[in-house]
Design a protein around this ligand. Sequence first.
Ligand code: NIG
Ligand code: FE
Length: 414
Amino acid sequence: MKLLFKNIKELIQIRDSNTTFVAGKEMGNLPSLKNAFLIVEDGVIADFGKMNDCPNDSFTQTIDATGKILMPTWCDSHTHIVYAGSRETEFVDRLKGKTYEDIAKNGGGILNSAKRLERTTAQDLYTESKLRLDEVIKLGTGAIEIKSGYGLTKDAELKMLRVIKKLQKNYPIEIKVTFLGAHAVPSSYKNKKNEYLKMLIDDVLPIIKKEKLADFIDVFCEEGYFSVSDTHTILKAGKDIGLQGKIHVNQFHSIGGVAAGVENNVLSLDHLEILTDADINSLKNTKTMPVALPSCSFFLGLPYTPARKIINAHLPIALASDYNPGSSPSGNMNFVVATACIKMKMTPEEAINAATINGAYAMNLSNKIGSITKGKLANIMLTKPIQSYAFIPYSFGNNCIEKVFVKGKEILTP
Ligand code: NIG
Ligand code: FE
């Protein structure tokens, strides 16, 4: 199978294989070729260049990309797409004045989703989650991380992880699995947080290790959820079975979770809506990727992660959707990129870098995906005819993506 894209108006995000992420000023650079060709062979990017140098071989399929942009698919490094039901009643309660934190304190929020998930069979959970995955792939997501964390019992957490593993087995896109047992303390362990953590560590982690059910470990480090000391405990326990950390931190308060994450060499620090200068300093000279989730800020009316401050400190930043029933019931990465530009003042170049190569890094996948690089997977997408790539965030709410290819195979969009 040899596929040729010819007359590409602009082929963007071209990187050499040594680039695993981009930081600071370099984020403002989006290397590209105008009037280009690209060849896919056996599911990987085999060659690309200027149209003048396009080889005269025979191809199984040729796509004329006149007027269109070809680029890597989005890399969404933070989602919770495996969940049961929805929470629009809480949404309406918030519209009427309740806060997200009030709702959570009264048994809503994560605990509400956990109740629903416990009653849902693995088969139904799979069917429901599959629809969400199909939806985001059609919107251009070609690699995704999915967390547990709505189980909050041994059995329900394992049920979630196994559903994610089944999605991973049945889908051609790259899927990474994160264990987020420490997402909230369940009602059955009310005032017994340490016992809950002990149960996660003693009863759940050994099974995760034995059955290879996760790639990463996560914890919601926040007032009213898990403390900095709990964060150290769970990250260390994860590390002992080979799981690198990716943590929820600084969503509402800066309590020292950033430094704790860095100390534990986490791969990414996610949310960061509230970010102090001390937090920024702890991120310097580390290999940890800060991840912003603008759809969550949009939906909950929270401050946006201060991307300019992060980039001006010569740090990298990635963008992800946080697709979940409570704080971001959308996994549309096109909206994420647009919101990052409109609300966080990221330039289109920065936002596209953040949602491709840097997102890939935040899943340990930048050797495989996230840029136009020979040998990387041909998870690529073609826009509709547009003037320039800045049109993608500019035309927020519209879908500029015409065709999505996963390992060179077209995903049929409606
Ligand atoms: O990333 N902050 C913690 N967890 C999720 C939201 C969970 C929920 O409300 O269901 C988040 O925003
Ligand atoms: Fe999240």
